[in-house]
Design a protein around this ligand. Structure first.
Ligand SMILES: Cc1cc2nc3c(=O)[nH]c(=O)nc-3n(C[C@H](O)[C@H](O)[C@H](O)COP(=O)(O)OP(=O)(O)OC[C@H]3O[C@@H](n4cnc5c(N)ncnc54)[C@H](O)[C@@H]3O)c2cc1C
Length: 416
């Protein structure tokens, strides 16, 4: 079989494996920058009901791909971010509020249902002349001197120069590249739900910091919000087993009724949490993006923003070192070097925040409370943190710089 693959001429330049938001964006962005792309992923078994808070630099990228203008009406701006210390501990901080207007921005980002984003990406696929789509899973990958061959579950084979592995946490591409991960399990799970509520959210996202993990309400258009509720695994299972009515009452209680009466809008989902980072982000003609490269708890809306920065950064590496061969070792080492600091800073930051909530140790609680107090009181520090959230200074790839330069409004629901 390997000899047959070796003899096959190249079918394409780039093969993208995985049909989540990272893989869809990678395929579209690679095709729009001129590469021939084969895209391999099974049809989704169910619709992703989660939402994603996307930072303005991510939106610049999606705007550039002509994705954002066609799905922004489903999104709501995040103009204020509020952190409430609800640990009930002796050492706790006062509520901290960040306003995007303090740094001259309309919003920190926009919160959009994942389904609205992925539908638009799929629509663009259908008509893109450089994308060939295969609705199938990848069974195996084999490296050749000049390229890489991918075999699908149904036996179909494709040979290309680079594989973009966007196949999620249990990535087969990562295993084929012989890349191992550092992993750490957590005794936490997140419940995700969409809620209708009685009061206006005022385009404010509110994060209640509680000992089992954050409880975060993020605005959606109208009197609706998405909820990400982190609890210990046992407790999350018990809460998720409640019927919608009882779940809504419990959510109102934990939210201190800031949004009034709530009603669950659609199915809920539960996600066991953990952390993982690949020891390398590329090798053997395979580059990893999204959760194939890094997994973290849904705290501070980092995961997909980081995953799409992987994609934009990989395209920078290809533009710089891979005009002849997008899977060359110089492209892969450039990409690997480029991603390390950004990924570890984000994963580390989320880990510290999460563990500072769970930890019962008084010095840790004191440090956390002092950190929040400093953010509340020190203007320059607040503004630096806010700018870093919007525009990460460590690595902002070319395709994400667009909007910062042109400062055009991005659409989506506006404040009244
Ligand atoms: C509750 C919750 C809330 C979140 N909120 C936010 C947020 O507000 N902001 C944010 O930035 N991030 C957020 N995240 C993180 C974000 O959802 C993830 O980072 C993102 O969904 C990962 O996308 P992905 O494309 O990398 O992986 P996935 O969505 O897991 O996609 C992987 C794809 O690969 C496919 N696949 C797997 N194996 C194969 C194979 N062998 N062959 C072909 N295809 C294969 C799968 O079918 C799947 O389609 C949240 C996460 C959770 C759990």
């Amino acid at each position: 079989m390997d000899d047959e693959i070796h003899d096959t001429p190249f079918d394409t330049d780039i093969i993208v494996v995985g049909g989540g938001p990272a893989g869809l964006t990678a395929a579209l962005a690679a095709a729009q920058t001129g590469w021939r792309v084969h895209f391999m992923a099974p049809e989704p078994a169910f619709e992703d009901r989660r939402t994603s808070a996307l930072m303005v630099s991510t939106l610049s990228f999606l705007e550039r791909l002509d994705v954002w203008p066609h799905c922004s009406s489903a999104a709501a701006p995040l103009c204020t971010m509020r952190i409430v210390d609800d640990t009930g501990r002796l050492l706790r901080a006062e509520t901290v509020e960040f306003k995007a207007s303090e740094i001259g921005e309309e919003a920190f980002g926009w919160n959009i249902p994942n389904a609205a984003l992925t539908h638009r990406l799929r629509d663009l696929f259908e008509v893109h002349p450089r994308i060939t789509r295969h609705n199938t899973s990848v069974a195996s990958l084999s490296l050749r001197d000049d390229g890489i061959a991918v075999v699908a579950d149904d036996g179909m084979r494709v040979k290309g120069r680079l594989v973009i592995g966007a196949d999620g946490q249990r990535s087969r591409c990562r295993a084929a590249a012989r890349i191992t991960t550092r992993e750490w399990p957590l005794d936490q799970a997140a419940i995700a739900a969409n809620l209708e509520h009685e009061r206006d959210h005022g385009f404010t996202s509110t994060e209640f910091h509680r000992p089992p993990g954050p409880f975060t309400l993020v605005p959606l258009p109208g009197r609706r919000s998405s909820l990400v509720w982190v609890e210990t695994k046992d407790r999350a299972e018990a809460i998720n087993a409640l019927d919608d009515e009882a779940f809504a009452r419990e959510a109102e209680r934990v939210a201190h009724r800031i949004l009034g009466r709530m009603r669950v809008d659609g199915p809920r989902g539960m996600f066991p949490l953990g952390g993982a980072v690949a020891r390398s982000f590329a090798g053997n003609r395979i580059a990893l993006v999204g959760e194939a490269a890094h997994v973290m708890p849904p705290i501070g809306a980092q995961g997909l923003n980081l995953g799409l920065r992987d994609v934009a950064s990989l395209l920078d590496s290809i533009a710089r070192c891979g005009r002849e061969d997008p899977g060359s070792s110089s492209v892969l080492s450039h990409y690997d070097r480029d991603r390390r600091a950004d990924v570890w800073v984000r994963v580390g930051g989320v880990e510290v925040l999460n563990r500072s909530l769970i930890a019962g140790l008084v010095p840790v609680q004191a440090a956390r409370a002092m950190g929040l107090a400093a953010l509340r009181g020190l203007g320059p520090l607040r503004r630096a943190v806010m700018r870093e959230g919007i525009k990460p200074h460590l690595s902002l790839p070319t395709m994400m710089r667009d909007r910062d330069d042109r400062r055009r409004p991005l659409g989506g629901e506006r404040r009244p």
